[in-house]
Design a binder for this molecule. Structure first.
Ligand code: ADP
Length: 579
């Protein structure tokens, strides 16, 4: 078990070195050297104290009277400089490394396909990207500080102690070893607690995000205090756990202090006997005791660095775990480049099962004719959105194939497939950016003229011009300042700008007012003209206007035809519209 843990620690450290630390080698070498100088200037201090006692106090040596204070000034000045620069460089290293890790994680999260988001909620992603990354870098910085400064300081002080008295050093060594033993059990327990606390924090994050994103529902049902109680429970849970962890983490320092105190007392008693017996001078003894007192500091710091390392190790493990979530990850440019001119979409005996095993559609064959409008109708859960998900290449069919202008969608690159599509869906995302940028989201590199033309086509122009700063007006987080109809128009403008041969539309289930509705319909008709349009239809008016109808039922195609033919032939269809 222990060797497995060590092997894991070594492999994660190696990976971290290669992917995140190696590029800072130069900076770390300089920092390391500065830390070594700091360590040396600290550990020679007891030697000066020895000279003060033996040469100045006892022998009244005037040469040393000047030399020692001068040496102290030089030593402390050097230490001041090295400390400042090593702290500064180490800070620069940790900040850069945190930034690198956050960018890597965020890029990875963005690059993933939809399945990833159903497995990882935004709360835990947020925790990993923002909150946990610093633990890793703090641990790395601590590691350098521990080995380049604290360890060398400890070794230096130990050498000074040996130089003063070998016997006394051996006695102290035994006394201090006894003090270190209980610490091992504490670190093992800490490791477990840290993993649990990270999980609990991630859970809390996701619950808070959930409550906030559903704030309107919370308010409408007057569930504020219910939410407060619920979240408070999670907060309390984290609090109790943090306190528990803290109690374990903080026990190391007092443990060392108390046991260290006993050891120092014993050493003073033993050393004084040596002095009385004439085997040590006053200078020797005072220098030894100062070295010993100073020795506890780097040792304490080294022992507490265990906890920091463990915390960092756990965070690094989770960081790589996240980066490794999709080993099957395929570049979105991988595959054939689709060349779509007409926009003919054909489903050939397509079946699809979601990763959780739900068979959403089976044996679906549909021809979405180029340039025509096809309406998909059917009860909720009949598989309409799944058809969209497959065309958008969010998932690959488990059976059959999809052809676009005669080319296999499965073999096509994700990017080229999505370039041939525009979507007007119900969940319209408005960014906290200007109206211009919000519409410009529809196509990268669109000029201002093109954006305004799209806005005019979608009839956004009028209301945007009435905003305080026109197209430069920030639309506000989640488009709070826009009406439902206006948001729809922004989505339509994006689709106009995209100018793709295939248009997917997901019709609103909730009705807008009739005037807005009729206005929108005009823009939508214009948008779908000469494009292959596939619309998930809920309204009778939409299906009447469609060229072709596909009635979905329990994951299969129940009937196809025109509105008139289905009305005549399909009881299921009549039933669906309550006719
Ligand atoms: P519709 O759009 O007609 O309401 P869907 O295509 O959304 O129907 O759903 C078809 C079936 O697939 C339903 O049984 C639904 O529960 C299931 N389903 C939809 N999305 C997922 C998903 N992400 N994971 C698992 N099952 C899903």
């Amino acid at each position: 078990m222990k060797t497995v843990q060590t092997a894991k620690f070594v492999s994660i450290s190696k990976r971290l070195w290669k992917s995140n630390i190696r590029k800072y080698t130069k900076l770390l070498v300089i920092t390391g050297l500065l830390l070594v100088v700091t360590a040396i200037t600290t550990s020679v201090q007891p030697l000066l104290i020895q000279q003060v006692f033996d040469k100045v106090f006892k022998q009244h040596d005037h040469y040393y009277l000047v030399l020692v204070p001068l040496a102290i000034i030089v030593l402390f000045t050097i230490q001041g400089f090295t400390l400042y620069f090593s702290n500064f460089l180490m800070g620069k290293f940790t900040n850069s490394m945190i930034a690198d890790m956050r960018k890597q994680l965020f890029t990875h999260v963005m690059e993933n396909e939809v399945e990833f988001y159903s497995k990882n909620d935004s709360g835990s992603l947020l925790a990993r990207i923002v909150a946990e990354t610093p633990y890793v870098t703090v641990a790395v910085a601590n590691f350098f500080n521990a080995w380049c400064r604290q360890f060398i300081t400890a070794v230096g002080l130990f050498a000074v102690m040996l130089y003063q008295s070998v016997e006394l050093t051996l006695v102290s060594l035994v006394a201090f070893s006894v003090a270190v033993l209980p610490l091992k059990r504490v670190t093992t327990r800490l490791k477990k607690l840290h993993r649990q606390i990270n999980d609990k924090n991630a859970f809390l994050n996701s619950r808070v995000i959930e409550s906030l994103s559903g704030i309107r529902t919370v308010k409408a049902f007057r569930k504020e205090s219910f939410e407060v109680d619920k979240i408070s429970n999670y907060i309390d849970d984290v609090d109790i756990f943090s306190t528990k962890t803290m109690m374990v983490a903080y026990i190391t320092a007092p443990l060392m202090l108390v046991l260290g105190g006993f050891s120092v007392a014993f050493v003073i008693w033993f050393g004084s006997n040596e002095l009385i017996a004439g085997r040590m001078t006053e200078g020797n003894l005072v220098a030894f005791i100062s070295a010993l007192m100073m020795f506890t500091r780097p040792v304490r710091s080294l022992s507490s660095s265990g906890g920091i390392m463990v915390k960092g190790f756990v965070a690094a493990e989770r960081y790589f775990e996240m980066l490794d979530t999709t080993p099957k990850f395929i570049s979105r440019d991988h595959g054939d480049a689709l060349s779509v001119t007409r926009g003919d979409v054909v489903f050939e005996q397509v079946g699809f099962r979601y990763p959780n095993g739900t068979q959403a559609i089976k044996d679906v064959s549909i021809h979405f004719a180029a340039g025509k409008k096809t309406a998909l109708v059917g009860h909720s859960g009949s598989g309409k959105s799944t058809i969209f998900n497959l065309i958008m290449k969010f998932y690959e069919p488990t059976e059959g194939r999809i052809l676009i202008d005669g080319q296999s969608l499965a073999k096509a690159s994700i990017n080229s497939a999505r370039d041939s599509l525009a979507i007007v869906s119900q969940d319209i995302f408005i960014f906290d950016a200007s109206a211009l940028d919000n519409i410009g989201y529809g196509r990268e590199g669109a000029t201002e003229e093109e954006i305004i033309a799209a806005a005019k086509a979608a009839r956004c122009h009028e209301f945007i011009m009435q905003l305080p700063e026109g197209y430069k007006t920030t639309l506000g987080f989640a488009g709070e300042s826009l009406s439902g109809g206006q948001k729809q128009r922004i989505a339509i403008a994006r689709a106009f700008l995209r100018n793709a041969p295939i248009l997917l539309m997901d019709e609103a289930t909730s009705a807008l007012d009739p005037k807005t509705e009729a206005d929108l319909q005009e823009s939508l008709d214009e948008l779908s003209r000469d494009r292959t349009t596939i619309v998930i239809a809920h309204r009778l008016s939409t299906v009447i206007n469609a060229d072709h109808m596909v009635l979905m039922h329990e994951g299969g195609v129940a009937a196809t035809g025109t509105h008139a033919s289905l009305l005549a032939e399909s009881p299921l269809y009549r039933n669906h519209f309550g006719i």
